[in-house]
Design a protein around this ligand. Sequence first.
Ligand SMILES: [Ca+2]
Ligand SMILES: [Ca+2]
Length: 243
Amino acid sequence: MVRSRVAVLSVALVLVLSLAAAAQEGIGSKKAYPASAPIVLDGFAGDWGIAGLEPTLRVDPAFSLVNAGAIADAAESSADVYILYDDEYVYLLANVVDDNVTGPYSGGGSLWQNSAIELWFSFSGVPADPAQYAFYTAEDYQINLVPMAGGAFAPTAWVYPAAQDAHNINNPIEIAARLWESPELSGYVVEARVPKALFPGFSQVTAGGTFRFAVSLVHVDAATAAWEHIWTPGVEYVTIEVQ
Ligand SMILES: [Ca+2]
Ligand SMILES: [Ca+2]
């Protein structure tokens, strides 16, 4: 009897684990690669050499967690995020689909209310999830990249939480962006680079290293102006393996 109960439990556990695996399918390669050529920050991704490469993480309401508002489909809000690196920099690229790119706010304290891509890095391993600001060390970051600020096209990077404000002096994260439109979709591309020497922990982005990472998008609903938010994998980190 005991044995069969164990067997049933094992089958149930395997089922739960396969469902969890299925829920993660498509979220991306969870890998960061070395840059094979110089990256030029110009809003165009042709220099990234990523043709045929799966994104590091992908955000899509088909499998990501919408934890504020309602996001109907990938045409409303979704993104492909890539991470490359070399000895000096960690390079960040996001191709964001957004049907209402907007940025009325300026100033770091309110930039998170604009259309944004939010990149959550934990190099310390201390915070249990990216929302645990109280447990952030000097090696944990939220980096927001916005194409618009103050109501105009003004690509801006901002580091949170407030304990990391020293990283916002003189804008050490260089950024470029480009708004785009196709007949069916609209959105933006952002490229940025983080200087490893100025950001403790980023030196772990080197061959054989690992770090914890998550991505979220801020979307402002086109009809209601509601602030909406979607996460991959959720309000939690995934481990990225550096190639
Ligand atoms: Ca470029
Ligand atoms: Ca919506």
